[in-house]
Write a protein that binds this ligand. Structure first.
Ligand code: ADP
Ligand code: F6P
Length: 320
């Protein structure tokens, strides 16, 4: 019986459990022995893994986080760490590993593949910042969480005629900020992909809408821009509108996954096993215009992704 492994690495994302479930179920049904590797590459280096069966993944499709736990593992990036992982893979006669995570995790998967352990990457991150894929597992749930939280902030901002300046996650990318900003009716959305002028794009826009009777405001700021405390102070000084800063933080990573993330996780996990079954490694599963495709990891890591600038323009035109 051939053995494959599955691990989750980097920041956890809602829907990773759906992907694990799909890998385990598809793996078992296709005659593989499936090892669940704990805490990302740490588990691979130290042999922290267990054999999973059809029932090991019961009742997890609805759960946020990852039942395999996740970790950032600096040791794995060293030559010694990588060798430890290869030795464990040889010992376990591992014929392939499904790596659910982001770009960093895929770099590790590429290195393992180059050293003879075929890996397949599955994009799992709330940031949606993986270039080869239109969609990453966890993104939709995170945006819905942001929307729910900002709706709550809107209630209190409206009651007090205040401005809420909200920082949302996304690492260096503005996807969460842009789309949740539209969904929350933010007056201004600031993202790293678009240059902005604080006076013109924040203060003047607020003044203009104040003249039309607007009294409370939502400003969404991507974490790649940051500085929400300072912004809130400046807004208060320059517009006279009492302002509060909120950093939403890790609440955005938790919670029960949405339909979209459960389905995306299931499809991508299943596809990863199909590839390993066909003896194909060093690939990343990706979503392109709703179709499931796969790329060479090296090629995938060199791809570029751009944000929808028309959507950004639209957001600002309709939120005035
Ligand atoms: P993500 O996968 O979400 O981008 P990280 O960038 O933290 O998260 O990467 C997760 C893990 O992948 C790291 O802790 C490390 O073990 C491994 N990794 C990251 N970059 C590399 C690299 N250049 N080479 C080998 N492994 C890497
Ligand atoms: O990649 C997911 C993410 O939540 C980013 O949005 C954020 O920049 C980062 O991870 C936070 O990492 P940590 O959980 O290590 O604080």
């Amino acid at each position: 019986m051939k053995t494959i492994g599955v691990l989750t690495s980097g920041g956890d994302a809602p829907g990773m459990n759906a992907a694990i479930r799909a890998v385990v179920r598809a793996g078992c049904e296709n005659g593989f022995r499936v090892m669940g590797i704990r805490r990302g590459y740490n588990g691979l280096m130290y042999g922290d893994m267990y054999e999973m069966n059809l029932r090991s993944v019961s009742n997890i499709i609805n759960r946020g986080g990852t039942i395999l736990y996740s970790a950032r593992s600096p040791e794995f990036k060293t030559e010694e760490g990588m060798q430890k992982a290869i030795d464990v893979c040889k010992e376990m006669d591992m014929q392939g590993v499904v790596v659910i995570g982001g770009d960093g995790s895929f770099r590790g998967a590429r290195d393992l593949s180059l050293r003879g352990v075929p890996c397949v990457g599955v994009p799992g991150t709330i940031d949606n910042d993986i270039a080869c894929s239109d969609y990453t597992i966890g993104y939709d749930t995170a945006m819905n969480t942001v929307m729910e939280m900002v709706d709550r902030l809107r209630d209190t901002s409206e009651s007090h005629d205040r401005c809420s300046v909200v920082e949302v996650m996304g690492r260096r990318a503005g996807y969460i900020a842009l789309n949740s900003g539209i969904a929350c009716g933010a007056t201004t959305i600031l993202i790293p992909e678009v240059e902005f002028d604080f006076e013109k794009d924040v203060v003047e826009r607020m003044r203009r809408t104040q003249k039309t009777g607007k009294r409370h405001f939502i400003i969404i700021v991507a974490e790649g821009i940051g500085g929400v405390d300072e912004m809130a102070k400046r807004i208060q000084e320059e517009t006279g509108v009492e302002s509060r800063a909120t950093v939403l933080g890790h609440v955005q990573r938790g919670g029960s996954p949405t339909v979209r993330d459960r389905v995306a996780g299931s499809k991508m996990g299943y596809k990863a096993v199909e590839l390993l079954k066909a003896g194909i490694g060093n690939r990343v599963v990706a979503m392109q215009k709703d179709a499931l495709v796969d790329y060479d990891i090296f090629e995938a890591l060199n791809m570029k992704k751009s944000i929808d600038l028309d959507l950004y323009k639209l957001a600002h035109e309709i939120s005035i």
